[in-house]
Design a protein around this ligand. Structure first.
Ligand code: ATP
Ligand code: MG
Length: 286
């Protein structure tokens, strides 16, 4: 029988869509309609298991799933024996301590002997221990932000992205204790056949990530400025230079990273580049 790699992804929530989009961008076709628990890819040896995110580290550790996509916060909290294979760069958020808005905050000592409600008791306990703070941790599984308002705890430790949920509950963020993003995890004892499929999948993920981190750039330049302009455009090997029909001018093609994009464009314009076109790259194989 042909080997199939089984991936656990969140059934519905803040990770689901981006996880499935990434797999689709890898050219893998599948259907995930009808709230099914499982699904198979049509053109790649991959099978999906749709789960609650809390269960993903455990299922991967036990080998029920071979790999999984989960928030780093859940991965670290659950303390399961799995390997972190790749950071995926989406579903970025932070785990923060928050206290009632009206209170003065003077530093971590504010939390000494206080009670803190959280769904992340392990991450919080190791943070407090590292900082030498003794506090009571109240583990609750949801709606953590209402705990201070109903008198259940003095403070909370919860996931924050914009902070608006905190504000509507009369809280303010005072310390970030953990930064998270989606990660790809794998079982520690994958068979060589499954490892080979994982390698192929990672090759595709790398190509998708490199593609979205880079842009293809085309521009026109007078030939007497070519050297200067080329020095501003490293390219994958070096830029392509093609003559234009107009004498004394060339077209230059290259690749630039998203991070340095605007800065480079400014310099290129100052150096005499004209007619600059920026085109998205779908996949990039390094
Ligand atoms: P489940 O029903 O699967 O247990 P959940 O309610 O525990 O879902 P979600 O709110 O869907 O979890 O969040 C899933 C993950 O997405 C979190 O563990 C975290 O890594 C990330 N995340 C949470 N909130 C945000 C946010 N506001 N912005 C970006 N990422 C977030
Ligand atoms: Mg959950």
């Amino acid at each position: 029988m042909n080997t199939i790699l089984r991936i656990a992804v969140q059934k519905s929530g803040r990770l689901s869509e981006s996880s499935l989009d990434l797999i689709r961008e890898c050219g893998i076709r599948f259907s995930n309609g009808g709230g099914k628990l499982m699904s198979s890819a049509q053109n790649f040896p991959l099978e999906f298991l749709f789960l609650r995110d809390d269960d993903i580290p455990g299922y991967v550790a036990d080998g029920v799933a071979d790999i999984g996509i989960v928030g780093e916060n859940e991965l670290v909290e659950k303390e399961k024996d799995v390997s972190l294979v790749k950071r995926l760069g989406f579903s970025k958020c932070r785990l923060s301590l928050a206290i009632p808005k009206s209170e003065n905050y003077e530093g971590l000592k504010n939390f000494e002997s206080k009670s803190i409600a959280t769904s992340y008791p392990n991450i919080l306990a190791s943070f407090l221990q590292k900082e030498g703070i003794k506090a009571d941790i109240h583990e609750i599984s949801g709606s953590v932000e209402i705990a201070p308002g109903i008198g259940l705890a003095d403070a909370i430790c919860d996931i924050v992205s914009s902070g608006s949920t905190l504000l509507t509950n009369g809280l303010k963020e005072v310390e970030v204790i953990f930064k998270s993003e989606a990660v790809l995890v794998a079982n520690n004892t994958l068979s060589p056949e499954k490892n080979e499929i994982l390698k192929q999948l990672l090759f595709r993920i790398d190509a998708v990530q490199a593609g979205s981190n880079n842009k293809y750039i085309l521009l026109n330049a007078p030939n007497d400025k070519l050297d200067l302009i080329i020095s501003l455009l490293p390219g994958m090997k070096s830029p392509t230079v093609l003559p234009l029909a107009t004498a004394g001018w060339s077209s230059i093609h290259s690749v630039i990273t998203e991070d340095e994009f605007w800065e480079r464009i400014q310099k290129l314009r100052q150096a005499g580049a004209e007619g600059i076109l920026i085109v998205p790259i779908e996949k990039m194989i390094l």
